[in-house]
Design a protein around this ligand. Sequence first.
Ligand code: COA
Ligand code: AMP
Length: 642
Amino acid sequence: MAEVNYAQEFKRSIKDPENFWMDQASNISWFQKPQRALTKDQNGFYRWFKGGKLNTCYLALDVHIENGRGEDIALIYDSPVTQSIEKYTYLELRDQVSRLAGGMKRLGVEKGDTVIIYMPMIPQAVISMLACARLGAVHSVVFGGFAPHELAIRIDDAKPKLIITATSGIEVDRIIPYKPMVDEAIAKSTHKPDHVIVYNRRMGAVRPDQENDIDYATLMKIADPVRCIEVDATDPLYILYTSGTTGKPKGIIRDNGGHAVAMHYSMKHVYGVNPREVFWAASDVGWVVGHSYIVYAPLVYGCTTVLFEGKPVRTPDASTFWRVISDHEVDVMFTAPTAIRAIKKEDPEGEFIKQFDMSRLRYLFLAGERCDVSTLNWAGEKLNVPVIDHWWQTETGWPIVANMMGFNEHFDVKPGSATQAVCGYDVQILREDGSEAERGEEGYVTVKLPLPPGTLPNLWGDTERFIKGYLNKFDGYYFSGDGGYIDEDGYVFITGRVDDIINVAGHRLSTAEMEEVVAKHPDVAECCVVGIEDDLKGQIPLAIAVLKAGACIESFQLQSEVVGDVRKEIGPVASLKKVLIAERLPKTRSGKILRKVIRAIADGKEFTVPSTIDDPEILNEIEKLFQDQMVGSFEKKVKQSN
Ligand code: COA
Ligand code: AMP
């Protein structure tokens, strides 16, 4: 536990970031200590710990071995879908990582090169990430639920020297062959990687061989282990693509120095964990939660991390999470509210929980999407531990708003709020004109610059988009893309995105990207995709299409084709299931589609008809369409009356 209290520490982090973060930096092992915490680069962007030299893989593995902890468990792989559990000590993990890094080096990978990792939730995914870090290469992990087209976009942007993949993933009871998807993506992309390393899971998935493929196991046999390469604190550790408001994903850059310091700080102060304890983030390495809290933070901090290949339900049932907590004596857990909703739906009384000894569990953290009050309360009641809703983004890499468990005194929970700003984040709510909102008044959620260490310094290859997307809206502030308010007690409430990004089962997706796919259908004249409320996934996308004159496609046919197109172009994770045909779309007189109003109608929420609307009658048509097709709140009403 920290000796100081939150209020003191928070104040110091904002008033004196230089010294505050230099103090935190002394908690990690540098090859060369930085002389300063905060500087600006040639673009005028803030950078952390410039001049410091380190290696993130060294911090995650080697340093613990040097401190005599080589035999401690670093990673537990628990896979209900293959019914296997494997444990890796720090020594074992370091040996595998250094060998793979040696193999990659043989294949020509050097410091600064990029490597794409497209893998299921297996230890080799973590080993690949750490091997890149060891070499100073920049990894970009692409979530397995994305289709080849999405992978191709990332290949062309990141221009990887290598791709590392596996033969297959497993979705509940289905084998997903990964290798053919990688081949398809490479065929589509302009940039071609030199090699594809393929980890063979031996599950019978089709594995087409290409000339430049390298077998993972063979490479490991012939490779020599390598030591950690020294990198600058400001050198990139990874790129993680996330949905933006256009069809093209944004490459969030994470640096080495600021990231390592922030990971260490957050484990102690936000999550209230101690080294050697077991930390489990039930997410996927393809998302930021996986990067930060499956791989880097727990290992840098010297915890045991759990890598879980399964789902909260159906692998095999809603008891899985509790079994993992009990089997591996998990101290602190992190997941998305949607996972708890899925469990609650299957086991509303929490009967499964009673079958396991979960006495070690201290806290459950939830993030990735808005946490509804009933989910928060259910989890708190059934697990009998504090359930902490906390808010953050791929861009920041670690929590912005939370109830920081590392301090002696914690805040009372206010359901619906992620609690207070985390040390280092000067969170402010601004109005459209840039003035500060009153307490309780909803506005744009921003963070006054500088952002703390670990947050994005720029976008990969697109400085202009970085400035336009985050810095230009309010001079001197980072704009999060979320709306919200701060109440009289300083509690931050996030009310939702103010742009076209949606959160489907904790997965961040762009409706603009889906619209691009729907619009390509030959019978569609125009369309829109909005995120509507869903009891399980939080939000799901809904497409509304207006047909071209003369098109005579049936509604179910259009739906089936468009759903197929979105699965093929973006991936199954998009979860687009419903496509409606409308006569017209509601628009402003200047032609802007009123997506917010459409969403409000579907969710049964109050809204103000904009004065700029072209034809208010269309809103009635849309309402009737939703009613007829039982969309959103209309479906809910029918279910309730049943
Ligand atoms: N590889 C291939 N396909 C994948 C995939 C992967 N890695 N991940 C998901 N998919 C597929 C699923 O099989 C599903 O396909 P289907 O439409 O053919 O059934 C589709 O993408 C949607 O997946 P998902 O959103 O996971 O829905 P689900 O119905 O399978 O499961 C939940 C619902 C709530 C159980 C699940 O979404 C979940 O566990 N969510 C927690 C999310 C999370 O951890 N988010 C990270 C942020 S903390
Ligand atoms: P991602 O970048 O995938 O982590 O998604 C970030 C977005 O998810 C944020 O901008 C929010 O819109 C949403 N989000 C994440 N955590 C929360 C939370 N605790 N409460 C409300 N929204 C959240």
